[in-house]
Design a binder for this molecule. Structure first.
Ligand code: FAD
Length: 546
């Protein structure tokens, strides 16, 4: 795809027509994305800052709201920061940035205290202390949770705080399209264009600081645990604007999503296995021990690959997750939301095993940032799942992602607070130009390519890869690039078209990164290089825009 980098003063790709009603919003800070990382950033900003927060759906819609398990933090008497760091480094298989791991792990306790002060209702023990659960890869109980709906509890609390702030303007159903950079030596980010989905108009945001908090890109796969909004928009926008991205080959597949045509990959939390649930084959036998001595509590990549292997070997559509040996009241009180959702689909987990399959779950790579969320572009920050800080390496350990969202958004908010004094609004920006585009006459092009892209990413770039499969995917990406660029250049933008355009960029970044890693490591597994290359110090896969 030809990347349209829009720069004030001139453009590298012709802009579309001026609208009759130019519509520009001016803000100090605009946060694109309203999950834990976006809202967390806002809460650090001074209350005289004029802030916009955008969401593609409603304010609380996103991965954060769906998080079940919890937030990893060192709070147990027998636990230590060093142990959490060691577990994270082990899960990351030599690719974590140790400095980032230490910074984020050390910040955990303060973030939990902050959330508790804000009113998040974490589950406690009878003695009033926080109940900690254990998840795959963690050597201690250290996952703070709010029953099995931690994300909802966090998201709602943060959203209520933000909504109460008069200086925050909420833009729901707005899709950011592309960043705008100044035509100066620094090429500072001075704003962006966004589609108002309600009326189809594209508006301009002129801002002093932009924060990308758009979440991950798992929607690039046919089966995903993620909500529809996670189409990698922020990663694609930052890449088009000139940011480096790293480690895009590392997509984590969650081993256990409910297998049911209507469940849309409803995730069954790892916390179930932490509390004793067993993975079983259709004949009732356990199998994960044959792949790793940690069995059902091995890191996610190992468990997902074990399931993928057994499903392919046996020609089965799913395996089973069984917690029915635990008392029913224990199951219902620990997992009320999962229990209720499964019941809706006809499965009573207190009495029977649940059918489960793996699904794309988490994007370990993303826009390269420092530990204050700063990207390669002045005035542009990235936080949360859209960003790559170096925490996760070749695999993410369960419940480390919300932790990263919180710690980095706090740091980013504080950094922005300092930087704002030095940054002025740019000169007025060029409005979006639609003079030579028309309404789409064949929406089928978009829907067809959506399906095709996500299907071949699942088939060729999924849990187990090979050079041939990656080449096949690359070939299809090349064909789609010209088709979608042509469509984008001729028709008015819609949310689906924008997402498709971004998914294609993300797909290409994933395939390019996967092709360049000539080994299997963590969640990147390829049949052509099945071993981990320990002959040299491993390094992240960094892609630089041309
Ligand atoms: C089912 C599920 C369970 C999980 N469980 C856990 C867990 O227990 N513990 C844990 O640590 N992690 C968990 N994760 C991962 C974790 O929830 C995410 O990594 C984290 O919430 C990401 O937060 P975020 O703020 O980066 O993005 P999100 O919460 O995904 O928010 C993204 C926001 O960006 C907006 N957006 C996207 N594109 C655009 C655009 N172009 N324009 C405007 N707005 C846009 C969206 O509308 C949304 O508001 C889970 C994830 C899922 C899907």
């Amino acid at each position: 795809m030809g990347y349209r980098i829009v720069i004030t003063g001139f453009e590298l790709w012709p802009l579309k027509k001026k609208t009759d009603q130019p519509n520009e919003f001016d803000f100090d800070v605009a946060i694109i994305g309203s999950g834990a990382s976006g809202l967390g950033t806002i809460l650090q900003l001074p209350d005289d800052t004029n802030i916009a927060v955008l969401s593609k759906g409603s304010l609380c819609e996103g991965s954060t709201e769906n998080a079940q398990g919890g937030i990893a933090a060192v709070l147990g008497d027998d636990d230590s920061v060093e142990s959490h760091i060691e577990d994270t480094l082990n899960a990351g298989v030599g690719l974590c940035d140790e400095k980032a791991v230490r910074f984020i792990v050390e910040g955990g306790q303060a973030e939990i205290e902050h959330l508790t002060d804000l009113g998040v209702d974490f589950t406690t023990k009878k003695n009033g202390t926080l109940h900690l659960t254990r998840e795959g890869g963690h050597s201690h109980r250290r996952v703070v949770h709010s029953a099995d709906h931690t994300g909802k509890a966090v998201e709602n609390t943060l959203a209520n705080r933000v909504k109460a702030w008069e200086n925050v303007s909420v833009f729901e159903q707005f899709t950011a399209i592309d960043l705008i950079r100044e035509a100066s030596d620094t090429g500072r980010c001075v704003g962006f264009y966004a589609l108002d989905q309600q009326n189809g108009r594209v508006v301009t945001f002129r801002v002093r600081v932009t924060v990308i908090a758009t979440g991950g890109a798992s929607k690039v796969y046919l089966y995903t645990s993620n909500p529809d909004s996670n189409s990698g928009d922020g990663i694609a926008m930052a890449w088009r604007a000139g940011c480096r991205v790293a480690n895009m080959e590392f997509t984590q597949f969650h081993p256990t999503c409910l297998y049911h045509p209507r469940a849309k990959s409803f995730l069954v939390s790892e916390a179930l296995r932490g509390e004793g649930a067993k993975l079983k084959l259709p004949d009732g036998s356990s199998f994960t021990q044959a792949f790793d001595e940690r069995g059902d509590l091995a890191p996610r990549d190992i468990v997902a690959r074990a399931i993928d292997h057994e499903m392919k070997r046996l020609g089965e559509d799913c395996v089973y997750l069984d917690i029915s040996h635990k008392p029913a009241d224990y199951i219902v009180s620990h997992f009320p939301m999962i229990y209720a959702r499964c019941l809706q689909f006809g499965f009573d987990m207190t009495k029977e095993p649940l059918p489960v399959v793996p699904a794309a779950h988490y994007t370990c790579g993303g826009i390269m940032t420092d530990l204050n969320g700063r990207t390669d572009i002045n005035g542009l920050y990235a936080v949360g799942e859209a960003a790559y800080t170096g925490l996760h390496g070749a695999n993410r350990m369960a419940s480390n992602s919300l932790l990263e969202c919180l710690v980095i958004s706090t740091a980013a908010g504080n950094d922005i607070k300092e930087q704002l004094q030095k940054i002025n609004l740019s000169l007025p920006l060029k409005p979006w130009d639609e003079s030579w585009v028309k309404d789409s006459d064949e929406e089928i092009v978009v829907t067809h390519n959506w399906d095709e892209l996500r299907r071949f990413m699942w088939d060729y770039v999924g849990i187990v890869r090979s050079t041939k499969r990656l080449e096949r995917a690359q070939h299809r990406i090349e064909m789609l690039k010209s088709e979608i660029a042509d469509y984008y250049g001729n028709f008015r933008v819609s949310n689906d078209l924008l997402e498709l355009r971004n998914l294609l960029v993300v797909a290409e970044l994933i395939v390019r990164s996967a092709m360049s890693r000539k080994e299997s490591r963590g969640i990147h597994h390829t049949l052509d290089y099945p071993e981990t290359d320990n002959s040299k110090k491993p390094s992240p896969t960094i892609l630089e825009p041309v």
